[in-house]
Design a protein around this ligand. Structure first.
Ligand SMILES: [Zn+2]
Length: 335
């Protein structure tokens, strides 16, 4: 149930309880009708709409966002991400993409960009290559330091594309579902996702091979992407680029990611590492290597699929309950 809220109702002439509801309204902007969903407060005693502090501002923001979405225009949020990703202030960013110095600052204050300018921002936001071109074109308008920082950022974003598209989208979806995740934990979840998906659907979800490193299976390309975060939670502005691209995953893929995030994802990286250390594919790949001896042996996708197919027959890992049973058994083994 929603939390109970109270405020003054002018109809009832006293303080009453109210509930928040969604309401569709039609508004005409530049001769075109748009339907927007806004939030209203309704008095629980008389049923009239109440005016609550903050609600009008919230609705102005919601209408603005919905209008931009309907017109395919870049949002203020996106522009803020853009600044963060390229480590540029609003005026330098404006100059970097060939706009006047005050254009981006105005957009941040709420002015709606034209379709043409909006498209330039969207392209720059989704293509580091295009951004590099813009930076080179406008180099003399920027300080040397700003240019170098932004250019380095573009190159670091390009590195994202060294992993497969599928892998990126899986990672982006995990980031969306999990509040906090370290590189170690991410590596383990990717491995479990590969295992569960291939057991349920008879083929791997992504093409990358993982390696039997000391701390369990690791996808080296993904390791490279996040190595700077070490043991800390990943906070990667680059991934803002992938927001909204999760739709490129199939329903089955999303289902498996959710299954793994809702089960394995409840444990820390070290616990997950223990589980992988007790699984046959990892034990076999590590044969002949001492506990702390580095190895680059591949845990083949076929072996992972085979192991998880048998695990599926035993536990039914197509459900969260089945996966929980498997996890508990593996943790008992490790204890
Ligand atoms: Zn009332």
């Amino acid at each position: 149930m929603a939390e109970r809220r109270r405020d003054f109702c002018i109809e009832c002439r006293k303080e009453t309880e109210y509930i928040l509801q969604k309401k569709d309204i039609v508004k005409k902007i530049k001769d075109k009708n748009y339907t927007f969903t806004i939030t209203i407060a309704v008095c629980m005693e008389c049923g009239e709409e109440m005016s609550i502090p903050g609600l009008i501002d919230k609705n102005i923001r919601e209408i603005d966002e919905q209008y931009r979405a309907a017109e395919g225009l870049v949002s203020i949020d996106d522009i803020e991400k853009f600044m963060k990703i390229y480590k540029l202030g609003k005026a330098p960013l404006s100059l970097a993409i060939g706009f006047g110095e005050i254009t981006i600052p105005r957009y941040l204050e709420g002015q709606v960009p034209s379709k043409e300018y909006s498209d330039i921002i969207k392209t720059a936001l989704s293509s580091p290559k295009y951004m590099k071109k813009k930076l080179v074109e406008n180099r003399e308008k920027l300080t040397d330091a700003a240019y170098r920082k932004a250019f380095a950022a573009a190159e670091s974003i390009e590195r994202l594309f060294s992993v497969s598209d599928k892998m990126l989208r899986v990672i982006a979806y995990i980031f969306e579902k999990l509040e906090e995740i370290t590189p170690l934990m991410l590596q383990k979840l990717l491995y479990f996702i590969q295992g569960v998906y291939s057991a349920l659907y008879g083929r791997p979800i992504f093409e990358e091979d993982c390696r039997a490193w000391v701390h369990g299976p690791v996808y080296p390309e993904v390791y490279e992407l996040f190595r700077d975060f070490k043991y800390n939670p990943i906070e990667d502005a680059r991934f803002a680029l992938l927001n909204g691209t999760k739709d490129a995953l199939t329903d089955n893929e999303k289902r498996v990611i959710e299954l793994v995030v809702n089960t394995f994802g409840m444990y820390g990286g070290k616990v997950l590492e223990k589980i992988t250390h007790n699984e046959e594919p990892w034990i076999e790949a590590r044969k002949g290597y001492g506990d702390s001896i580095p190895s680059n042996e591949i845990l083949s996708k076929e072996r992972i699929m085979q192991y998880y197919t048998i695990t599926n027959q035993k536990y039914g890992i197509g459900t969260e309950q089945g996966l929980q049973r498997y996890i508990h058994d593996m943790l008992d083994k490790a204890a």
